[in-house]
Write a protein that binds this ligand. Structure first.
Ligand SMILES: Cc1ncc(COP(=O)(O)O)c(C=O)c1O
Ligand SMILES: N[C@@H](CCOP(=O)(O)O)C(=O)O
Length: 465
């Protein structure tokens, strides 16, 4: 299995190399050269297996010979052992044809744990084999950061620096990043928004001298291994609802497009996915693009679903790459236009290809609150604001296609966003007992300017040599 860049100009790599490389050296994102498929019989055979067994069967064909079967199985077992639900990703019924896929039973209470816990294990195996140390720099709008810290805290051969937008994450999210005591963990509050954090991260990858000097590695969904581990729950949930005999649709609260792109890969692998519905909050660039063909930045407006406050949606590049028939030059041109002019127009063929796969919708702030309140009243489920955005978009999609079962991804625990949930319901959801002293723990955070040279100097100075 070989991995190629969406911009077509970077070295072709194995899975292991792509995992440790992060951003491709031409600025693109790695994708598999071919997408492995499962037959209908192989998908049917997943019924009744544990989450871990399904994960192994789905992930193995992508990893080539980087890991032995025993290594991959062991990594998966260890990754999910600490989850707070035996099913790992349980389904809850909201309405006759509407199901919620709860992805918040991992250690940091967000769907990011599903992939981050696995790649934490895979990094350790690969770094030990190669006798290497790496410096991970991550950008977060709230959830990736704590999941990365949880997966890599205390490791001797990894330093972790997390850039988050100052004042734009929830207090629980911030404290999850600023209270770990391990000296390899560095929380950096950047003066800017998430797009600035991600842009500086990509700048660091594009500064080859810096990248090579510090052994830069990435665990954002830039890293294909992140997306890979997120394919698994599309299979477990669809099979539980009758796939491969029955088609299933998914609605995904979307920001950086990693989670829904994993759904695209599941579909390409043979899972009968009817529609993948992109759910956006008031930062609706993806909804506008799918509907009108224009990807135009308007400026990020902070919302009550802060993890989706994103306008430069990193993995949309991967979606465009497939929509443009794997044309790296076309993608390079679009990404250059976005950087220089703040917008691009998708070609008629490519927008047609995207609309074959994706549907989309947008939910504003008022409706988000209404949905949190109504969902609790009608179903007894307390949901986070990101999930509420997706529930609203899914309800609209179900009105258009009531016959196909809809799975809505519940991406974070409501206790991560107590203020919004309280405003909608009058309930402040409690954190699990293991986190009950989160608000008493001392915080350790460095405020940083949105300045590449200053950030690089900080990482150089703080990482352990
Ligand atoms: C709670 C939550 N929901 C949804 C998203 C959006 O997911 P993605 O960036 O993969 O589109 C994020 C951030 O990634 C998140 O943290
Ligand atoms: N919403 C994310 C943003 C980063 O996304 P990633 O999937 O690329 O890591 C977050 O919570 O940080």
């Amino acid at each position: 299995m070989r991995y190629v860049s969406t911009r077509g100009q970077a070295p072709v790599l194995s899975f292991g190399e792509a995992m440790l490389t992060g951003l491709a050296r031409d600025g693109g994102l790695y994708v598999p050269e071919t997408i492995p498929t499962l037959t209908a019989a192989e998908i049917a055979d997943l019924a009744g297996l544990s989450y871990e067994e399904v994960a192994f069967r789905v992930m193995k064909p992508f990893t080539g010979d980087t890991f032995t079967d025993e290594e991959l199985q062991g990594a998966i077992e260890r990754a999910y052992a600490g989850f707070g639900h035996p099913a790992r990703a349980p389904l809850v019924q909201l309405a006759p044809n509407h199901f919620l896929l709860e992805l918040f039973h991992g250690p940091t209470l967000a769907f990011k744990d599903f992939a981050m816990q696995v790649i934490g294990q895979l990094f350790q195996i690969e770094l030990a084999k190669q006798g290497r140390k790496v410096t991970i720099v991550g950008a977060t709008s709230g959830d990736t950061g704590s999941a990365a810290i949880e997966a890599f805290r205390g490791l001797d051969n990894v330093d972790v620096f997390i850039l988050f937008p100052h004042g734009r994450v929830s207090e629980v999210q911030r404290r999850q990043m600023t209270t770990p005591i391990e000296e390899n963990v560095h929380a950096l509050a950047l003066d800017g928004d998430f797009d600035d954090c991600q842009a500086r991260l990509k700048d660091m990858f594009n500064d080859f001298a810096f990248r090579d000097e510090v052994g830069l590695a990435g665990v954002n969904s830039i890293n294909f291994a992140r997306v890979l581990a997120q394919i698994v729950y599309y299979f477990t949930s669809a099979v539980a609802l009758g796939a491969p005999q029955r088609k299933i649709s998914f609605t995904v609260p979307t920001g950086n497009f990693g989670d829904i792109f994993a759904g695209f890969l599941a579909k390409q692998m043979g899972l009968p996915v009817e529609r993948l519905v992109i759910a956006t909050n008031q930062n609706d660039i993806l909804d506008r693009c799918i509907k009108g063909g224009d990807y135009t930045r308007h400026g990020v407006k902070p919302s009550m679903s802060p993890s989706m406050d994103i306008e430069i949606s990193s993995n949309f590049e991967r979606a465009l790459y497939f929509a443009y028939g794997r044309d790296g030059d076309a993608i390079t041109a679009l990404m250059t236009e976005l950087k220089e002019a703040g917008s691009f127009t998708v070609s008629p063929n490519a927008i047609g290809a995207l609309r074959e796969i994706y549907d989309s919708g947008r939910i504003g702030e008022g409706r988000t609150l209404e949905i949190i309140g109504r969902t609790l009243k009608e179903t007894g489920e307390l949901i986070c604001p990101h999930t509420a955005v997706a529930v609203g978009v899914a309800e609209d999609a179900l009105d258009r296609d009531p016959a196909t079962p809809m799975v809505t991804l519940a991406t974070a625990h409501p206790a991560k966003f107590p203020d919004a949930v309280n405003e909608a319901t009058g309930i402040r959801p409690a954190l699990p007992p293991r986190m009950k002293d989160l608000f008493e723990r001392p915080e350790r955070v460095t405020r940083v300017a949105n300045d590449l040279a200053a950030l690089e100097a900080l990482v150089r100075g703080e990482r352990r040599k």
